[in-house]
Design a protein around this ligand. Structure first.
Ligand code: SF4
Ligand code: SF4
Length: 383
């Protein structure tokens, strides 16, 4: 029987002592079964652009960390008990994806992984080499977690755990230590669910079971740079960052346990940001107020663009003076262009002249295209 430097029981005990909600181990063998899927995903144009570019490194841990022997996968639940009864504060409010309601999970999980590495080192009594990642590493987090026995991948492409459903963050620590691996979780376990996630997806980004076209997913779209394509704007509703729909409808997410990490306790101003206040913030103020959130890394412009779309979708007349100011004075073309769209949504006839005037002054081609409705007749021809 193979002898391991660390056994499964020890890893579970360390996980418990570090308050890690889910922990499992797999070997550093390549994830060969992913290769064909990743090639198809790329060739079909389903990537969002956030994926690691080197295919070999996505499949084989030893392609970027040759001494790798084991991978410890961890999961941290992000819905804490304080999630219940979270109410939208007063005012015009947007909505963040639940994962961004608390502190930035990258920091929290990286801290756990650093502590975990120190515990492994103490356990084996020698200097060890590690590579840890949360979200941004080459490997496919869900595939690692599934093979490490933490959960299974649902048709909505989320990693689903028995205890916390899919409301979990994933991280992994690759190391040069021989650790006893877990059995992979059997796949799939959607059972007789009538594909609720596929039916509920607002953009049909779940193109078929287990396959997302990330370029259509609102989670990616809220983070993209530039102007959001018009077809997706109404589908965003009040969403400012991310989308929870395919998780909310999933029956496997009902009656699951809450996490206990106080770092993920919801901060109401993170969960439901004040849209008008957002439009007033400089990049510096934004970093100060939202810097500890996982939604801050793209900066204020992306969030303001999304806030303008939310106000357009809400047909919010109270926002018009601010929107007119942005249309006339803002230096950023994405903001001027998106504002022209929001004004059209709020009251096309009322704001036609203001947008037509802006069209005459506009130098940026993309922003100008957004304003063109104001100088076209109803049939789409120049008025
Ligand atoms: S996160 Fe939203 S847009 Fe993306 S696949 Fe799920 S339901 Fe669809
Ligand atoms: S909603 Fe249904 S089909 Fe989709 S992941 Fe959940 S159980 Fe599976």
């Amino acid at each position: 029987m193979k002898r391991y430097e660390i056994d499964r029981e020890t890893i579970e005990r360390i996980g418990e002592e570090l308050s890690i909600d889910g922990i499992g181990v797999t070997t550093a063998e390549p994830f060969e079964e992913l290769r064909a899927h990743l090639i198809h995903y790329r060739e079909a144009g389903h990537e969002s652009g956030f994926e690691h570019p080197v295919l070999e490194e996505r499949v084989d841990p030893r392609a970027f960390f040759p001494e790798a022997r084991s991978i410890v996968a961890i999961a941290m639940a992000y819905r804490t008990e304080r999630y219940i009864g979270q109410k939208k504060p007063e005012g015009l409010r947007g909505q963040m994806s639940v994962y961004a309601w608390g502190m930035d999970y990258h920091l929290v999980l990286k801290q756990k992984l650093t502590l975990l590495a120190a515990r492994l080192e103490a356990e084996v009594g020698r200097k060890i080499h590690v590579h840890h990642s949360v979200d941004t590493g080459p490997l496919v987090d869900r595939a690692v977690a599934q093979r490490a026995g933490i959960g299974w991948v649902g048709k909505n492409c989320s990693l689903i755990t028995d205890k916390h459903g899919s409301w979990v963050f994933l991280g992994q620590l690759i190391c040069d230590v021989d650790i006893e691996p877990n059995e992979p979780t059997p796949l799939p376990q959607c059972a007789d669910c009538p594909d609720l996630c596929l039916k509920a997806c607002p953009t049909k980004a779940l193109v078929q079971p287990f396959q997302t076209d990330s370029s259509k997913c609102l989670s990616y779209i809220t983070q993209m740079k530039g102007m959001i394509p018009e077809e997706y704007r109404p589908k965003l509703g009040r969403r400012l960052w991310g989308c929870d729909t395919c998780q909310v409808v999933c029956p496997k997410n009902r009656e699951v346990s809450f996490g206990t990490a106080i770092e993920f306790d919801p901060e109401p101003e993170y969960a439901f940001p004040d849209l008008m206040r957002l439009l007033e913030l400089s990049n510096r103020q934004f970093r100060k107020e939202f810097g500890a959130s996982a939604a801050a890394w793209r900066g204020v412009k992306i969030m303001q663009r999304n806030a303008i779309i939310a106000l357009g979708n809400m047909r919010e007349k109270a926002a018009v003076p601010k929107l007119l100011q942005l249309l006339r004075q803002d230096e950023r073309p994405e903001i001027r262009g998106t504002t022209a769209w929001a004004l059209k949504m709020i009251d096309r006839a009322e704001h036609r002249q203001a947008v037509a005037d802006a069209f005459e002054r506009e130098q940026d081609e993309a922003a100008k295209r957004e304003m063109a409705w104001a100088v076209e007749s109803e049939g789409g021809e120049p008025a």
